[in-house]
Ligand binder design. Sequence first.
Ligand SMILES: C[S@@+](CC[C@H](N)C(=O)[O-])C[C@H]1O[C@@H](n2cnc3c(N)ncnc32)[C@H](O)[C@@H]1O
Length: 149
Amino acid sequence: MAEWIMKPIGFIKSSYTDPKQVPKGLGAKHTMEGVLEVLPELEPGLQDLEGFSHLIIVWVFDRSEGYDLVVKPPSDVHAHGIFATRAPRRPNPIGITVVELMRREGGKLWLRGIDMIDGTPVLDIKPLTSIIPMEQLRRGWLQEAEERA
Ligand SMILES: C[S@@+](CC[C@H](N)C(=O)[O-])C[C@H]1O[C@@H](n2cnc3c(N)ncnc32)[C@H](O)[C@@H]1O
């Protein structure tokens, strides 16, 4: 089977130093600010990024090991398949976080809404260009857990 070797395009500077410090569970709010430092040689790739209010950050759960196919997330008392959750221990340890871009200075991006710990490697950045209207969004077990809480 094919494999792809990826290298970080940059690293997160965060006040969280341990995964346990990041708010979890139902109602957890992600307002923490942090900086994404993009590698100097890739800085030209950031041209025109500041026109976008929100970015999709693709990153690596580099402080996780292994995976579970069925997990009990902190937001529910029931177990669910890993691909029906956003849990860190997954077959490909890739995280995706939508953040607000506050400002850019050269290769440094000031972000709001991070849930990554300090030093987290980032694989990619994409501008958020559309969102699905809430009335069209089905949120499965998470909605049921919220209704029970
Ligand atoms: C539930 S995951 C969701 C991550 C991302 N928003 C997503 O949906 O893919 C967020 C958790 O990952 C953990 N975490 C953050 N940075 C990490 C890292 N570098 N390695 C392993 N776990 C990390 C923290 O415990 C945090 O609460």
